[in-house]
Design a protein around this ligand. Structure first.
Ligand SMILES: [Zn+2]
Length: 587
């Protein structure tokens, strides 16, 4: 195993000056957001070699060499992976602890075999006559050859051509069997796993291809076939596109979860780069945990048919269980991401995501539309559907809110429901050990916060302030349930939905005059305070996790905490004179 921790490698990659590094070997000129130059790999003279800083990768449109800053050093200067990482780190001024006694990663030959297979599959898609059926199919899905090239898609042809191709390259059969790319049949014969399929490469966090997902061409079964579990591929612990999406997740402060490869690609091409998909299974607990490391908020964008909804709510419960905030986005009837983008452009997708509602609200909506809340037996069944989601909510405030909503919708007393939730929670199917990051219930029952109140006062100050607040704020910023209800009622323009407590509050706030301060400044101040509070919560969580973490985890946690603390102090300095940060909300 390489001794350099993954977090550190990520940090080095983030810090690397990709354009500067490659610019030492290639004369690059800026074109839009990318850089172009003659390809150093095939020795081209035209500017067919692209460096794409936003994706941290390079790609040649002629010879199709592609990779990140580390692969550039490996391929151009013949370094091995750890040496390349060290070299990039040195240039970026990051210190990497010295190499210990451990040898090279024993899985290295497997990575190399899969990389060779990937090159071969890509070539089949580009060039082989048999690949025409795949090229036609991808064109029908609105993916042109340039795009499929950048995405690294491939084609596995019928027959045994793959076996021949690998033999010519000297790749050992045992390795290909171990990598799941060859299959031994009962009669002892060996055949390629992926026959007549379009192949999607699956990358690990270091950007290495570790497996493939294959979409059948024609009517074969199964429609999608993945690589099996191998020493380098654990499908329950990886997500499709996470390698590319995680930076965008941090920036967008959300992840979008879709069901399949094509949806992922469609969203990413539409500029929604924080998109990932599970790998052919329902979302696993490990995958939810993985998401949790990169974001706090997940938007589910699945099919709206019966099966899609079931998958949505199963995934939603899993994510809630890991303390994530979960919303559900719903496509217009009869549309999928592809058709929507074709008809209305990428912005339509962003609109769909912006209209996402909390997973629990979505569930309630559906139950209500089915008329289940109108009758007594219906309400009982509706409650049975809602209880798992209430139970799954790990965050005590979320749980409290869900309880209140369910009680109201089903006309039962909240304390009765509460008892049902906790009793069944003990004996329920869902039993996992308490996480160190779990908060004891009631430890932070929300008190009315002044920043939240100010936000509502500005919201109720008429236009343009109403629009400004609706643009900048979201329901989850309100921890005090009644404040949140007021916000949501104003947002949906429906104060009649408020219960009596919240309605009284609404009237009080609406009657209150704003202080002399300028509403814009008040708004910015309140938004910063709320953002700082959110960061404080995350820092608290890290502190709790720290006490039970191993040394490696602690190092990562410390780094994370430093980053959050810096962010937090920028939002709302506790001991410095407040300095307005560029790009702060409301500025
Ligand atoms: Zn080239």
């Amino acid at each position: 195993m390489s001794l350099i921790p993954d977090e550190l490698i990520e940090q080095v990659r983030d810090a690397a000056d990709l354009v500067g590094v490659i610019g030492e070997h290639v004369e690059l000129k800026r074109t839009g957001a990318d850089y172009r130059g003659p390809c150093p790999f095939h020795g081209g003279t035209h500017r067919n070699f692209a460096v794409i800083p936003k994706k941290g990768m390079y790609y040649c449109f002629v010879c199709h060499e592609a990779g990140d800053v580390f692969t550039f050093f490996m391929k151009k200067l013949g370094m091995d992976y750890p040496t390349a990482v060290r070299e990039v780190a040195r240039r970026a001024g990051i210190t990497i602890p010295e190499r210990g006694p451990t040898g090279p990663d024993p899985r290295e030959p497997l990575f190399q075999a899969v990389a060779a297979a990937h090159d071969w599959f890509q070539r089949q898609l580009r060039e082989s006559p048999e690949g025409q059926v795949a090229r036609d199919y991808l064109a029908s899905r609105h993916l042109d050859p340039e795009t499929t090239g950048v995405l690294g898609l491939g084609f596995g042809p019928r027959g045994k051509a793959f076996l021949e191709g690998m033999k010519q390259l000297g790749v050992k059969e045992e390795l290909l069997l171990e990598a799941g790319l060859l299959v031994k049949r009962d009669d002892g014969s060996i055949i390629p796993r992926f026959r007549e399929r379009v192949l999607f490469p699956i990358l690990d966090l270091r950007g290495r291809v570790v497996a493939f997902g294959g979409r059948v061409l024609g009517d074969g079964e199964p429609k999608y076939l993945n690589s099996p579990e191998t020493p380098i591929f654990h499908k329950g612990q990886m997500l499709y596109n996470l390698h590319a999406a995680r930076h965008a997740m941090r920036k967008a402060e959300r992840a979008v979860l879709v069901e399949g490869y094509f949806d992922t690609i469609r969203l990413a091409l539409a500029g929604i780069e924080e998109v990932v998909a599970p790998l052919g299974t329902g979302l696993t607990s490990d995958q939810a945990e993985l998401l949790k490391r990169h974001t706090e908020h997940v938007i589910l964008l699945y099919d709206s048919d019966e099966a899609g909804l079931r998958a949505t709510f199963r995934a939603g419960d899993e994510l809630l269980h890991h303390g994530l905030r979960v919303s559900v986005a719903t496509l217009p009837e009869g549309e999928d991401p592809d058709t929507l983008v074709q008809r209305e452009g990428g912005a339509a997708l962003e609109r769909v995501l912006r209209d996402a509602v909390d997973v629990f609200d979505r569930k309630l909506q559906i139950l209500e539309r089915r008329g289940m809340l109108g009758t007594l037996p219906g309400r009982r069944r509706a409650l049975d559907r809602l209880l798992p989601t209430i139970r799954a909510a790990r965050d005590p405030i979320t749980k409290e809110l869900y309880l209140a909503r369910a009680a109201e919708a089903a006309h039962v007393r909240k304390d009765v429901l509460e008892r049902e939730v906790s009793v069944q929670g003990v004996t329920g199917v869902r039993s996992s050990p308490p996480s160190p990051t779990q908060t004891a219930p009631d430890s932070r029952l929300p008190a009315p916060s002044n920043a939240e109140r100010v936000l509502l006062l500005v919201l109720l100050a008429g236009d343009p302030w109403r629009a400004r607040v609706l643009e900048a704020a979201s329901p989850d910023m309100f921890e005090f349930a009644a404040y949140r209800e007021v916000f949501e009622a104003v947002r949906s323009d429906d104060p009649s939905r408020l219960d009596s407590t919240a309605a009284r509050l609404y009237e009080q706030l609406a009657a209150e005059k704003l202080a002399e301060r300028e509403p814009g400044a008040m708004l910015e101040d309140a938004l910063n305070k709320i953002a700082a509070r959110g960061l404080d919560r995350r820092i608290e969580t890290i502190d709790r996790a720290m006490s039970v973490a191993g040394p490696d985890e602690q190092r990562a946690l410390i780094m994370k905490k430093q980053q959050l603390t810096a962010e937090r102090n920028a939002k709302s300095p506790t001991y410095k004179i407040a300095t307005r940060r560029k790009g702060a909300p409301g500025s």
